[in-house]
Design a protein around this ligand. Sequence first.
Ligand SMILES: Nc1nc2c(c(=O)[nH]1)N[C@H]1C(S)=C(S)[C@@H](COP(=O)(O)O)O[C@H]1N2
Ligand SMILES: [Mo]
Length: 218
Amino acid sequence: MTDETPETKLTVSKRRWAEQGKFLTGRIARPETDRLPPGQHLVKNWPVLDLGQQPRIQTAAWALEIVGAVENPVKLDWDAFHRLPQTDKLSDIHCVTSWSRYDNRWQGVSTHDLLDLVMPRPEAGFVMLTSYDGYTTNLPLEDFASGEGILATAWEGTPLTRDHGGPMRLVIPHLYFWKSAKWLRRIEFLVGDQAGFWERNGYHMLGDPWREQRYSGD
Ligand SMILES: Nc1nc2c(c(=O)[nH]1)N[C@H]1C(S)=C(S)[C@@H](COP(=O)(O)O)O[C@H]1N2
Ligand SMILES: [Mo]
């Protein structure tokens, strides 16, 4: 989301200087007792959080564009996206506003399979995600490539609802949920990191819940 984003009290109150951070590598296995990250509490419902504009995208008009530092830039329509290998993933959600939700069953295309298709160039180190509501968020390529990462079109066996990012959203469960762009429209592979919407407004450039990387100074 760029300059045309209206500033709400929420965005103003959360504004901080974003900083370029040091990034973690990979994900470490954690014992079950460590399942809930620090400062989080469990919920059974599934809250809806976004900037308040939930775009309505018919699948006939939907496309996912992949650009930047890749060998094979593509624009996939709904049918082409469904011709990619379809995968199931089970994962937990950790929202920076402190709720976590266990055991979400996602269906869609794994980020691994997407990377196999587009083939990032060696210099690609980061991705910038852009959504149909104008939202943006950034993350390191190695986190996007997590074995848990999925471009999800269904949740618990039913098509992803519009309020949760349908027809398609990203899910990168080992980072705070603001990195999991709803209504995803575009993935740009970058050589250097750039800040997305919340990252420009003081949120952490990586956002690892296990290190409580909520704000840029954490
Ligand atoms: N396109 C888009 N994606 C987004 C957001 C948004 O405002 N727009 N909000 C993020 C935030 S802050 C969170 S916590 C999760 C919430 O997803 P949910 O509404 O499905 O729980 O979506 C993330 N992805
Ligand atoms: Mo969030």
